[in-house]
Write a protein that binds this ligand. Structure first.
Ligand SMILES: NC(=O)c1ccc[n+]([C@@H]2O[C@H](COP(=O)([O-])OP(=O)(O)OC[C@H]3O[C@@H](n4cnc5c(N)ncnc54)[C@H](O)[C@@H]3O)[C@@H](O)[C@H]2O)c1
Length: 389
């Protein structure tokens, strides 16, 4: 019998496996519908099936550009209602999100704030609350607290998510994806990382570990000081842009690199975004810029802009999050996502059973849940828990 990557991943999501076994007895979501809008790939299959094992009916769509067909097939085969498919078209993606909200879920599992924002356009009775996975979603939902008034736990703001996924895993997968998509050397290359938050620290450290010469640009001077003391170059922004062989944005902000930067960029530079939304690099304006006289689209989601002065600018995945793009995208490590998704499962359980209320609107994961997940992970490591894969 042939086993798939989804089987491999499921076998190594040990926290989710043990929660799933428990949920089959406790059925915390019995009779409830959970609407989800999160990357549909192998690790999220493991999360969604854990929620299903807890009695939930699931209505699920993905995020822009990251939906993997094999994940859709695996979920549909398990009885999950899956909406839509892979797309870079934000209007089409918006319609998929509308369909999830039209199912009037009791709980929402959101990634980027898309579903909660859609809910505010078409509110209905019965939504108990839910979770938000990422930094970008928290930034979007915080100003909406007065209108949401529901328990919404932000997985991103758990210290475990911060160090296990954002810092360590995003750095590793960004490096893995850069090499996988471009097949280019990192040694000796000048890499500029925009954003030195949890993700940016990991990206900068991973590229330094791959013998690149890394500089950091951050709008916050305190954060720049941290990067400096961590040993990274912190030149003025435009100097860093003009000097870079590779530029990676991971800020959560919009228009970090725009068409106005085209005169600065050196010939052959590779630009890529690891932030959640494809808004950090204004690729569409770059493509339309008068100085761009040609565009080459290569296989494997890489594009070259040819400028009228002969320079070439290479763009990975049109500015979409590149560590879940290109051929055989793997995203962040299984263990980092198992930790984050165990937080997801426990937080949704807490919202479902009412142990958090509307005073917990867009707040971090309760400390007791962090402690329980950390203990469970370490117990497995130190008690020689068998590899279940
Ligand atoms: N690719 C992935 O797998 C993955 C995983 C987790 C989070 N994310 C996303 O990565 C992004 C960053 O997340 P984070 O947790 O590191 O956020 P963070 O808030 O910890 O850090 C962001 C940093 O960017 C800086 N910044 C903001 N605007 C800037 C600008 N214009 N130029 C330079 N610096 C700027 C901020 O000062 C801050 O230091 C978010 O969009 C998040 O959703 C991606």
């Amino acid at each position: 019998m042939a086993f798939t990557r989804i089987d491999w991943v499921a076998g190594h999501c040990q926290l989710l496996r043990s929660i799933s076994a428990e949920f089959k007895d406790t059925l915390p979501f019995q009779g409830l519908t959970i609407g989800t809008g999160i990357h549909l790939e192998a690790k999220t299959v493991a999360l969604l099936l854990t929620l299903r094992d807890g009695g939930a009916r699931l209505v699920s769509t993905g995020n822009l550009n990251t939906t993997q067909p094999e994940a859709l097939q695996a979920l549909a085969a398990e009885g999950v209602t899956v909406i839509g498919g892979p797309t870079k078209d934000s209007n089409l993606h918006g319609r998929y999100l509308d369909e999830v909200i039209a199912a009037r879920p009791d709980l929402i599992l959101d990634n980027g704030g898309d579903l909660f924002a859609k809910y505010l356009y078409a509110p209905y009775d019965g939504l108990r609350g839910g979770t938000e996975e990422t930094t970008s979603g928290r930034m979007r939902l915080e100003p909406l607290r007065d209108r949401l008034r529901l328990p919404i736990l932000v997985i991103n703001d758990s210290p475990i998510k911060q160090f296990a996924e954002n810092e360590h895993a995003v750095g590793q997968s960004a490096l893995e994806s850069y090499i996988r998509l471009t097949n280019r050397v990192t040694n000796g290359e000048k890499v500029t990382v925009f954003g030195y938050g949890a993700c940016g620290r990991g990206v900068a450290a991973s590229f330094r570990g791959a013998c690149a010469r890394v500089t950091v640009v951050d709008v916050n001077p305190v954060t720049r000081l941290r990067a400096h003391l961590d040993g990274f170059g912190t030149p003025p922004r435009d100097e860093a842009v003009a000097d870079a062989d590779v530029i990676i944005t991971v800020t959560g902000a919009r228009d970090v690199l725009t068409a106005a930067d085209l005169p600065l960029l050196r010939d052959g530079v590779i630009v890529a975004n690891a932030g959640h939304f494809p808004l950090e690099i204004d690729v569409e304006a770059m493509v339309r810029a008068p100085a761009v006289v040609g565009v080459r689209e290569y296989a494997d989601d890489v594009m070259t802009l040819e400028l009228n002065d002969g320079r070439r600018i290479h763009v990975i995945s049109r500015g979409h999050m590149f560590n879940l793009a290109g051929p055989r995208p793997m995203g962040n490590s299984i263990e980092s996502m198992d930790l984050g998704f165990a937080l997801q499962a426990r937080c949704l359980e807490a919202v479902a059973n009412g142990s958090v209320d509307a005073s917990s609107c867009v707040v971090p994961v309760p400390a007791r849940i962090d402690a329980a997940i950390a203990t469970s992970y370490l117990d497995r490591k130190y008690q020689g828990h068998p590899d279940l894969g």
